[in-house]
Design a protein around this ligand. Sequence first.
Ligand SMILES: [Zn+2]
Length: 188
Amino acid sequence: MNPEQIAQIEAAVTQILTAVGEDPQRAGLIETPQRVARMYQEIFSGLTTDFDDFKLFDAGSAGEMVVVKDIHFYSMCEHHLLPFFGKVHIAYIPSENKVLGLSKLPRLVEYCAKRPSVQENLTRQIAELIAEHVPVSGVAVSIEAKHLCMEMRGVRSPDSKTKTFFYLGAFKEDQEWKRDFLAAINHD
Ligand SMILES: [Zn+2]
């Protein structure tokens, strides 16, 4: 984010504090707009950076599923600007003996999560980015998350978890691959 964007966030936070009936000049709040602006810069960094770190390396695993489960993430619900967070499970089937470095998937998840989003779109975006940059015959992504907008407001449903799934290629077309993926992510 550039200095103008930071200044805009600070002014907007001051306005919101005033609008809700607070005094933005009182001691506890005086630095809040700057803090929030710095925080937004961090948690929305996916909007202002690019992720092109799809370094592939050779592995003799064409046709076999690669699964990385329990990737923790934090994102912000685009409807309420409140956090939703949980775990992402990813599987893909390399089609050309090329696989992603294992640390790339958590970084990709972080990049996608650091923007206002909804869980369904985050799930799809992760799958599509992998399919776009890695030679695969299928990608499966599942997210299980808790939404503060469901817990602290509205329906107030503190124990509910939302699960989403997105399948491409073999996982979409072949029930057996889908079953294998679900078995892998449900197994410890
Ligand atoms: Zn929400």
